[in-house]
Design a protein around this ligand. Structure first.
Ligand SMILES: [Zn+2]
Length: 65
């Protein structure tokens, strides 16, 4: 995985599922100049994974309250 992708990745605290953050912009620029490929790859290889304020995904937050 590209290190610059890390900051766009969410990981659930409970199930360790990973996915991209919903706020990932349509186009990401990296210092290498590979602009849109990064955001495109994120969407291709990961699913969108919104986390709540305590780091739980949609599935886990239904079980843990
Ligand atoms: Zn989870």
């Amino acid at each position: 995985m590209y290190p610059e992708l890390r900051k766009w990745i969410n990981q659930c605290d409970a199930c360790n599922d990973i996915g991209y953050k919903p706020e990932v912009p349509l186009e990401l620029s990296t210092y290498g100049g590979e602009t849109s490929a990064v955001a495109k790859n994120l969407r291709k290889f990961f699913k969108e994974l919104p986390l709540n304020e305590i780091g739980l995904c949609d599935v886990c937050k239904k079980f843990i309250r």
